[in-house]
Design a protein around this ligand. Structure first.
Ligand code: EPZ
Length: 416
């Protein structure tokens, strides 16, 4: 199994170009199912989850040609609506294929995505919303299936601003009969990028207020060429690395306005952060201070996907910090490994108490999920001695090449 080998106790100096966004690319690839023709997607990140999505699209009849970061998806002829179990259970976000398949061919069936190490991953909001639009959903515990004789536009108000459920409703509504008013929807930037892609394909989507969209169903969409935006979570991960290890970095292409919450926390912790026309500059030279209490939440709050990377930085900061996880109910899994390195973090219900001021000790640690794995790499950068992060495949699900990127920032890391 591949690992990441890190020589610790060194600050970061350098520039890295931020890869395309995993959480924008996946829904946009799913949305290509709505288009009877070939869409050309550029700047797609070369990561495992995109590989899985390509396999799923091919398995239901799409022609998918991939050259580096460009992916051509031709969904002119769809042959199947049963999603392959192997890929669905490996990638939770396969659930977002329900909307486009119901919208395009009126049926879909997939194995139940199930939970994962960051907490429960129910799909009740997806099922409720699609049912309101006329889909008949059946869940026998293992497999989930849905059919529709033609989705109808209607008012859909989400009980929680779920990113995936928002994406499913948008993709179901763009070809539905009539208009859909979507309320209390997610406001993450990836929602905007998905809408932008669909508008480029001829969809009618209007933002009518914070968390409110009006989608007028069309008869047909047309192909387009589209560039996937930069990944705000990858950029945020490297900003956390600079906070923890110190130094001065430039994140080329970092998406402006998509990490404001983290940038504010970084400044509270003693870093200087500056947006430029081409990316984000950051420097942490003085002492790293605790930011006090931080809570994750739906955008524009501090994102849950950067919770573990920030934990690793907080462990170094002077003074006690508190990090409350309000989105997932099991996302402190990485604490155990951070504590083996000496972080001294205590978890009470959904809040981590970080004493701070700890010098972590490098050692062999094990990643158990994507963002926790990235947090262990950050911990290794500032630990005394060397660290080996095992189960690197978890990190490769979302980061094209975390060793390449961190070497661009001057870190001493190797593929273990
Ligand atoms: C997306 O997951 C992202 N994944 C996640 O990123 C991200 O952490 C999450 O949004 C929150 O921002 C992709 O975009 C591929 P949700 P998603 O539906 O859509 C509850 C990463 O590391 N909920 O917004 O699955 C759910 O239990 C990944 O890149 C229901 O209760 O997230 C959770 O508590 C991890 N019922 C909360 O909503 C439902 O039907 C947020 O989930 C659906 C969700």
């Amino acid at each position: 199994m591949k690992s990441v080998y890190i020589r610790g106790n060194a600050s970061l100096y350098g520039e890295v170009t931020i890869q395309g966004s995993k959480n924008a690319a996946l829904p946009i690839m799913a949305a290509a199912l709505l288009v009877p023709g070939e869409c050309v997607l550029r700047n797609c990140p070369r990561i495992a989850d995109v590989d899985h999505m390509c396999r799923i699209l091919r398995s239901i009849g799409c022609r998918v040609d991939r050259k580096g970061r460009q992916i051509r998806i031709d969904a002119s002829v769809l042959k199947d609506s049963r999603l392959p179990e192997e890929s669905v259970t490996r990638m939770r976000s396969s659930i977002m294929l329900m909307g486009p398949l119901l919208g395009r061919i009126g049926e879909v069936s997939l194995s139940h995505p199930g939970g994962c190490v960051i907490g429960d991953r129910p799909i009740d909001l997806h099922v409720k919303a699609l049912s309101r639009m006329g889909a008949v959903c059946r869940d026998d515990g293992d497999r989930l299936s849905a059919v529709s004789a033609g989705l109808k536009g209607t008012l859909v108000r989400l009980a929680y601003p779920s990113v995936g459920a928002t994406e499913n409703v948008i993709m179901a509504a763009v070809l539905a009969d009539g208009a859909t008013w979507l309320e209390n929807c997610a406001r993450e930037p990836e929602i905007g990028w998905l809408c932008d892609f669909l508008i480029h394909c001829g969809a009618s989507i209007e933002r009518t207020g914070p968390g409110r969209l009006l989608i007028r169903g069309k008869k047909r969409l047309h192909p387009c060429a589209y560039s996937v935006p930069a990944d705000r979570i990858v950029a945020g991960t490297y900003l956390c690395a600079c906070l923890a290890a110190g130094g001065e970095i430039f994140l080329k292409g970092a998406p402006a306005g998509e990490n404001d919450a983290l940038e504010k926390i970084a400044e509270q912790m003693g870093a200087q952060v500056r947006k430029t026309r081409t990316g984000l500059w950051a420097r942490r030279a003085g002492p790293l201070r605790s930011p006090g209490s931080v809570a994750t939440g739906s955008f524009p709050a501090f994102p849950t996907d950067l919770q573990s990377p920030l934990l690793a930085a907080m462990a170094q900061a002077e003074g006690e910090s508190r990090l409350q996880e309000t989105v997932f109910n099991g996302r402190f899994g990485v604490v155990e490994e951070l504590n083996r390195m000496g972080a001294g973090i205590a978890v009470r219900e959904n809040t981590a108490l970080i004493p701070g001021g700890r010098r972590l000790t490098g050692m062999r640690v094990r990643a158990a999920e994507l963002r926790g794995g990235a947090a262990l790499v950050i911990a290794g950068l500032c630990a005394r001695g060397d660290t080996l992060v095992e189960n690197r495949f978890y990190v490769d699900r979302g980061y094209e090449d975390i060793c390449r990127d961190l070497r661009m920032l001057g870190a001493c890391v190797q593929d273990g």
